[in-house]
Design a protein around this ligand. Structure first.
Ligand code: GLU
Length: 411
């Protein structure tokens, strides 16, 4: 299936909903620039992309993914979502994304470094603090950001820490960044529990994806006393109706084991996990998890998209008809890029901001952004999804910027 084509349908829906003119919506149908290269490492060649999708609101911004299934269709979709996410988050960025079709889990450190440096060599002319600013994404981290920064700086001949975010502290990173996606997701999940579930007692939670974001978010929700009944990683899930001991499961996972090997629960498949009876289902793995095949079997009351694009277009409609509320990715996982923005701003001004201040700022932004989306959703009294409300707000801000830039007529 073509993920990008699927997503353009969501854009068309918003164009219809808001009566957006053809010449305006056309600006968002395709990327500004697709950069492709083949990274040659020894006798291997890895396809790599950096796609700048839109820059009306500012430089490109978005992560780099290393994964064996990366494709141009996927990177372009991720870049498109970054455009909307950055706009909705009210930060001064356009949107971009990168990816390398490569499995870092099968690589040693030497190869990982070589791929990261080769990526910077291939695309350094496209990157820069005022041009396009990468960050971590699936299977990439601060270490990889360091190699890309170092290689970039060698190429351009000056220091420029603001060309990338998610860096280690010593290279200009900020402590808050590592669990920012989870922290933001946690805040909007709490809002959804309050508004959609009316602060129901004993909220049951299921989490698909026990990697970085999913794991931190599960810990936060468990610490609040919510009952986490199932979690999964790429190898499968573990289910315990009485509630899992999340702290013990984290220790187990951190010792290198798969969650479905954990003894205090029943091993289940990822497909079974998605269909469990639960209040909240957090999707923190990859794209295309809920499709027309399984949407009808979903029993969660609220779905939180911590991953990008876990639900396909047609499945949105099925879930909507079943009155399942989806907190969309561009809102739910925006904590990561919001904190990236703090890091970038700090790198540019040279000022150091207190962690507490930034934590509060993230909190405030997430709650305000949730409120704007939820208000719009209520305004249309449930005739649209939260995703449509979020897309509508995001698209309007971008198109206003395009008008000021004179790319479309002002009236
Ligand atoms: N990869 C993250 C995302 O999908 C973060 C992007 C960033 O910080 O630029 O939102």
């Amino acid at each position: 299936m073509n993920i990008f084509a699927d997503n353009l349908k969501r854009l068309e829906d918003v164009a219809k909903l808001d009566n957006i003119k053809e010449e305006e919506i056309a600006l968002l149908r395709e990327p500004v620039k697709v950069n492709y290269s083949e990274l040659a490492i020894g006798d291997k060649k890895y396809p790599a992309w950096r796609i700048l999708y839109n820059r009306a609101l500012g430089p490109g911004k978005g992560g780099i993914r290393f994964h064996p299934d990366v494709s141009e269709d996927e990177v372009q979709s991720l870049a498109f979502w970054m455009v909307l996410k950055n706009s909705l988050a009210d930060i001064p960025y356009g949107g971009a994304k990168g990816g390398v079709k490569f499995n870092p889990k099968e690589a040693d450190d030497k190869e990982l470094e070589a791929v990261s440096r080769a990526y910077a060599d291939a695309f350094y002319q496209e990157l820069g603090q005022d041009k396009d600013v990468p960050a971590p994404d699936v299977y990439t981290n601060g270490r990889i950001m360091s190699w890309i920064l170092d290689e970039f700086e060698k190429k351009v001949g000056h220091h420029e820490p603001g060309m990338i975010t998610g860096k280690p502290l010593e290279l200009g990173g900020i402590a808050l960044r590592s669990d920012a996606t989870a922290a933001g997701g946690y805040l909007v999940t709490k809002e959804a529990i309050k508004e959609i579930l009316q602060d129901k007692k004993e909220v049951k939670i299921v989490v698909q994806g026990f990697g970085n974001a999913g794991l931190f978010m599960t810990e936060k929700l468990a610490a609040d006393g919510y009952k986490v009944i199932a979690v999964s990683d790429s190898r499968g899930g573990i289910y315990n109706e009485a509630g899992l001991d999340v702290a013990a499961l984290v220790t187990f996972k951190n010792s290198g084991k798969a969650v479905n090997e954990y003894s205090a629960g029943r091993a289940i498949t990822n497909a079974e996990l998605l269909e469990l009876e639960t209040d909240i289902l957090v999707l923190a793995a990859l794209e295309n998890q809920i499709t027309v095949e399984n949407a009808d079997n979903i029993k969660a009351k609220v779905i939180v998209e911590l991953a990008n694009g876990p639900i396909v277009y047609e499945a949105d409609k099925i879930l909507f008809n079943k009155k399942i509320v989806v907190v969309p990715d561009i809102l739910a996982n925006s904590g990561g890029v919001i904190v990236s923005y703090f890091e970038w701003a700090q790198n540019r001004t040279g000022q150091i901001l207190a962690e507490d201040y930034l934590k509060n700022l993230l909190h405030k932004k997430m709650i305000v952004n949730w409120g704007r989306v939820y208000d719009k959703y209520k305004e249309r009294s449930g005739s649209i999804t939260l995703r449509q409300a979020a897309y509508s707000i995001a698209v309007q801000r971008i198109l206003k910027a395009e008008k000021y830039r004179g790319r479309v007529a002002a009236k």
